[in-house]
Write a protein that binds this ligand. Structure first.
Ligand code: ADP
Ligand code: MG
Length: 274
């Protein structure tokens, strides 16, 4: 469990707080999206969760360890993996294989276990054919997959993703998204995903919305997307599937309220002859 207790954060030299009195709890296995306008504090909140930033006031506690406790920093970083917005900022090795092994080197694993985890990650993220390639020569989507593999190889309990698809084309986004969806199903790892894409928000079980550093919404995507006036204020759009579902309903078709993604919409209308 990660506990964020009444946290405020003011950057040095800044006049306004980047985060104000934020309180929330994240359980193992949760799938959470963090949304909000640019500058609302999403990245700051994510960085607090693994101790990359410390609160100005309040506390962040990861599985009982306070992120302010210097003795626990490495254990916290091991449990809370972080995928940056731009994978170029975290890829450091000369081959894909070495990149995946890199983060594990401080875990004190024997060679055989490390090899096994590298092979497992290469397979899970479809990177086998790229194993000897330098990561910085890969496409954006491939790089982001390598970054995800390197972090997952450390078997984190929580995975933080900061707009990991924002620099990708549609194909790369789909690839990375299907991996995130797979992770969410594997209930052992919590996924906390900063995104401004409505379709990605709709895939999460729980959404947090930040507005000027305050947590203004904490609930499920369907509740978020049904509050039209707030959405506009928070700079968010409804998923295309929900808008299409509304038009179908206006035409007299029956479409369940729970439809939020195009896949769900396709499923809902496939059994309906109109
Ligand atoms: P988001 O990720 O939602 O775009 P951020 O967490 O990056 O928001 O930023 C929140 C606020 O803090 C913004 O006003 C931003 O300008 C400010 N900020 C972010 N990083 C720094 C920093 N290193 N120093 C000073 N101010 C910062
Ligand atoms: Mg950000």
């Amino acid at each position: 469990m990660i506990e964020v207790q009444d946290v405020c954060l003011t950057y040095q030299g800044a006049e306004a707080r980047a985060l104000s009195n934020v309180g929330l709890t994240i359980q193992l296995g949760e799938s959470i999206a963090i949304a909000g306008a640019s500058g609302s504090g999403k990245t700051t909140l994510l960085r607090l969760l693994n101790g990359l930033r410390l609160p100005t006031s309040g506390r962040v506690v990861v599985d009982g360890m306070d992120t302010e406790d210097e003795q626990q920093v490495w254990e916290i970083r091991r449990r809370v993996g972080y995928i940056f917005q731009n994978p170029d900022n975290q890829l450091v090795s000369t081959t894909v294989e070495r990149e995946i092994a890199f983060g594990m080197e401080n875990l004190g694993l024997d060679r055989a276990s490390m090899r096994e985890r590298v092979e497992d990650m290469l397979a899970k993220l479809s990177l086998e054919s790229l194993r000897d390639r330098p990561p910085h020569h890969l496409s954006g989507g491939e790089k982001q997959r390598v970054a995800v593999a390197a972090v997952l190889a450390m078997r984190p309990a929580y995975l933080l993703l900061d707009e990991p698809t924002s620099l990708l084309d549609a194909l790369g986004r789909r690839e990375v998204l299907s991996i995130i969806a797979g992770l969410a199903e594997d209930s052992s790892c919590a996924v906390i995903h900063v995104t401004q894409f409505p379709e990605e928000i709709a895939l999460a079980e729980r959404v947090l919305v930040l507005e000027a550093g305050s947590l203004v919404f904490d609930g499920c995507p369907l509740d978020l997307f049904s509050s039209a006036s707030d959405l506009k204020r928070w700079g968010l759009m409804r998923p295309a599937a929900m808008a299409i579902a509304d038009e179908l309903r206006a035409d007299g078709r029956v479409v369940p309220r729970s439809v939020a993604t195009l896949d769900e919409l396709a499923l809902a209308v496939s059994g309906d002859d109109g």
